[in-house]
Design a protein around this ligand. Sequence first.
Ligand code: AMP
Ligand code: FES
Ligand code: ZN
Length: 301
Amino acid sequence: MKCRKCGTTAVINMRQHRLSLCQECFLEWVPHQVQRTIEKFHMFVPDDRVLGAVSGGKDSLALWDILLSLGYSADGIYIHLGISDGDYCDVSQQKVECFAAARDVRFQVVNVAQEYGQSIPQVARRKRGRSTCGTCGLVKRHIMNQVACDGRYAVLATGHNVDDEAAVLFQNALHWATGYLARQAPVLPASHPRLARKAKPLIRLYEREMAAYALLRGIDYIYDECPYSKGATTLFYKDLLNQLEEKSPGAKQQFYLSFLQARREGRLLPMKSGQVDMSVCQRCGQPTTAPELCAFCRLWD
Ligand code: AMP
Ligand code: FES
Ligand code: ZN
């Protein structure tokens, strides 16, 4: 297998693009794709200060690496969730620390248990009606938003890739969850002074490409998935989409990118815009649809 750009031995074949590339060309191609995505969706501009949410996994560390190599000013935030099974969070944090130290970039850690008195598994045990992942998602979103707003970052960037987005889209489409479909966008504007703009610059890249990028760039990341993600429905949908992709290369990407295009062109059923009346949480000041305290603040009571 030869690299289509330079003719040397290819290290990766991307069937959906009918493109095989050698290491050097692939390591140029990935950041180029990310730059195109950032521009196409008006995510941010070179002068913007970006806050990268880094979990210690391949996608978010690769994203940070790419943003820095493209010349963006990008700091990181790591949220320690207190998941101690297999020392999951301690190991993830170490990966982020090593990455930041090697590149001399700034990052901040928010330790949930130290900051709020309880780890995610502890809060989740108290809140019987909510899954651990659901609680975790709520806490992560709140903290990321808070840090991005407090630090006056122009945008919060996360490492969601095509596989993540297509799986969520599949799940939402199966349930015709129009509210969620309306909000599933590559970039969400800051619709309130206390809400950060959010961007997903990796939405044109497959999970396997991100793993290859991290490996070839020598990025040390945590291989293990979160212990609570075992049996998660998103993994089931990812698996289904991969089966489809195997038979029909590009199906996964087409499913997601066609959704974005249909949405842009207004070809979807009228969807709830996701714009609802918002008040401000009396404790933390973040926007909420609840009358007094936001869902995050209610968690700790
Ligand atoms: P997930 O929701 O775990 O699939 O993660 C989606 C994205 O959220 C990742 O690519 C990261 O950008 C961000 N993220 C997830 N977990 C953390 C964490 N513990 N700290 C900071 N960012 C995170
Ligand atoms: Fe939050 Fe797994 S990362 S429950
Ligand atoms: Zn609150």
